[in-house]
Design a protein around this ligand. Sequence first.
Ligand SMILES: [Zn+2]
Length: 225
Amino acid sequence: MTENIVITYRQVPINAPPAFSKVVTPDLFSSIKMKAVDVLFKKAQDGADWSGFCYENDFTETGEVVIDIKWVQEHIYEPSNKNILKIYLHECAHRLLPDMSHNAVFFALNLLLFLRADKHSKNLFHTMNLYDIQDETDIPKCLDWAYQIAHKYVDSNKTAEECAEIFSTQYTEWCTWIDGADARAATTRKKWLDLHERVRDLLLQRWMFLVVGCLLGLLIRTLIV
Ligand SMILES: [Zn+2]
């Protein structure tokens, strides 16, 4: 920046790049049951380590997500439908879950979108990986939860926006339940130990009654004889 010079930009609608409009279509939004999210194409610096990103809503003009324009331009390679959808839907999942990182809810919603978009890009969900759930500590357990809830709702009539709300609520409930798992296990263990002790005492009492009964029987028999 030189003296008295600043830079600025103004967002103006333009025709979508053909590679983008070929795959992000009204039919796609109908399949994934989601309202379209605006896209801002930007040019990343050489060597930048991002394909797209999602600002916090307050930092956007229309809630748009950002995609590096190289993914829709022909340069070294032909733009790939799968890559474009993968980046766009990943960022859309962030837009629908503004308070979530790459956690189980994000993974579940991302998976739901990918599964619903399957007819537009076969096996799109194969492109998901642990990056999409990297902020969880217990990844196996969270993957299991995310996989199950995504499959439960994938064929439902719920919109993607509704699924985002449902997943968020159920995640909070699930986390609370998981947090109480140790306490529940300790309570169950104590119950079993108490029961075991009661049964043992009962058996001991019965043996004592038996022995005393036999002794009394013998004594009475001896006295009578
Ligand atoms: Zn992300």
